[in-house]
Design a protein around this ligand. Structure first.
Ligand code: H79
Length: 427
């Protein structure tokens, strides 16, 4: 955490590589979808719209008029919101930064915006700026903080893209929306919330390169250390956000992240009880790190500010495992085998290989193809079990106990002699 403090404490002109150095360490983040749609929780006028809850206003779902949707703001009152509890949950879950929806496609700002009165401070009974409280609390607890901002779609604005059920797209003057709402709001976000880790733009649509660059320059001017994701459009971001919920089957180079959900929903949905287990979350973190990326896992708090207990339990369980195997995750690199094995997955740090065993082989053997190095030391992290190594031709055989030791996902650590060398032809 002190490395993070250092990275966000100074202001320097940085190139993309320097800007991204903390990102390669952090590896695991909390994503939060929270807005007026959380109040509906998937329902409109007695009907449930299963699926993408933050899209409920859209004509593909309930098709709610701007006037009806705007009225939701009058009842948005998250009296149970507790920035300290939210940040503690992320921290205890092993996450290193938080990215939250400042404005989703619905157009409602979840922070106090001067650029548009359609925001939580001016249009809701709550009157507080919860994102300011979160930003301050993240700083206090040593986590990074960032914003999600929907820059192209804004269903509340006739000049932005996306709302063809209330407005005539032919009349839209995108540049007007861009200059009067989008740019001023992004300026507020990069000037009023302290150092930001990430500005997470979403759905570039038909953004021109000029529009994308105007936002990039705005972020750079005020936040030289802040990373911008690829959904700014036109290839001008710092790192790549893969498709929603996509964990790639093979290694991916460069700076990238996988964004995923704790259940099946981004925003809170009353009916969605498909919670990932503690083990599934830990597995996903490992799998994404093993492919070379960062895992940003979403929660959808309720409109009253509470976080579903099932999400909390799974995250905290995974966090407990991550914290007792921190060396194998934070700052770790991709598997030299470039894809998962049937028994589990591998991360690397310097001359150490970490074999994460998802399915313990009853044979008591793990076979590694094409590893040239000899091994100076083999152990199971946190346990004293006996491990021996044998070489059989091009295979390294790791002999492990036949019965899984007492760990949700045991990790075998192999210290290599010399520089890591794997012949891919054999994998
Ligand atoms: O914020 C989350 C999503 O709301 C947002 N990105 C993540 C992080 C997102 N924006 N667009 N999309 C995801 C693609 C959405 C596609 C669909 Fe649909 C929305 C499928 C069903 C509803 C558009 C409308 C395509 C079919 C109907």
């Amino acid at each position: 955490d002190s490395a993070m403090d250092k990275l966000w404490g100074e202001r320097l002109e940085l190139d993309a590589g320097e800007r991204g150095s903390w990102f390669k360490q952090a590896k695991y983040a909390m994503f939060i979808h929270w807005g007026l749609y959380s109040e509906l929780a998937g329902d409109w006028k007695g009907k449930t719209y299963f699926g993408i809850g933050e899209w409920i206003m859209n004509k593909y779902l309930a098709g709610i008029s701007v006037d009806d949707y705007r009225a939701l703001a009058k009842d948005f009152n998250p009296v149970k919101f507790d920035a300290k509890a939210w940040v503690s949950l992320a921290k205890q879950s092993g996450m290193k930064y938080i990215v939250i929806t400042a404005k989703h496609h619905d157009g409602f700002a979840m922070y106090g915006s001067k650029a548009s009165s359609y925001n939580i401070v001016d249009a809701s009974p709550f009157k507080r700026d919860p994102l300011k409280e979160l930003a301050d609390e993240c700083r206090k607890q040593g986590l990074g903080f960032g914003f999600y901002y929907s820059q192209y779609q804004d269903w509340n604005e006739k000049d932005a893209y996306g709302n063809a059920w209330d407005f005539n797209p032919k009349d839209a003057q995108f540049d007007k929306y861009f200059k009067e709402k989008c740019e001023p709001q992004v300026r507020e976000l990069v000037t009023q919330y302290g150092d930001l880790a990430v500005l997470w733009f979403d759905t570039p649509g038909k953004m021109t390169k000029e529009h994308s660059m105007a936002l990039v320059n705005l972020v750079r001017e005020h936040q030289p250390r802040c990373l911008i994701n690829s959904r700014i459009g036109n290839g001008v971001g710092d790192y790549s956000s893969l498709g929603d919920m996509e964990i790639p089957p093979e290694n991916v180079g460069g700076l990238w992240e996988c964004v995923d959900t704790t259940n099946n929903s981004w925003s809170y949905a009353w009916y969605d009880q498909n919670w990932k287990s503690t083990k599934q979350i830990a597995k996903n973190v490992i799998s994404v790190v093993a492919r070379g990326g960062t895992y940003m896992l979403n929660i959808g708090p309720r409109s009253d500010g509470s976080i579903p207990v099932n999400a909390q339990e799974s995250l905290l369980g995974a966090g407990k495992w991550i914290k007792s195997h921190a060396a194998t995750i934070y700052g770790a690199q991709a598997s030299p085998w470039e894809k998962a094995f049937s028994w589990g997955d591998v991360t690397v740090k310097g001359n150490k290989l970490y074999l994460h065993v998802f399915k313990w082989p009853s044979s008591g053997k793990i076979y590694l193809p094409g590893l040239s190095n000899s091994i100076s030391e083999a152990s199971i992290i946190g346990l004293s079990s006996q491990i021996t190594i044998a070489k059989e031709g091009d295979w390294t055989v790791v002999n492990i106990p036949k019965i899984q030791p007492n760990d949700m996902i045991p990790v075998i650590q192999l210290n290599l002699k010399g520089e890591l060398k794997v012949d891919h032809g054999l994998a």
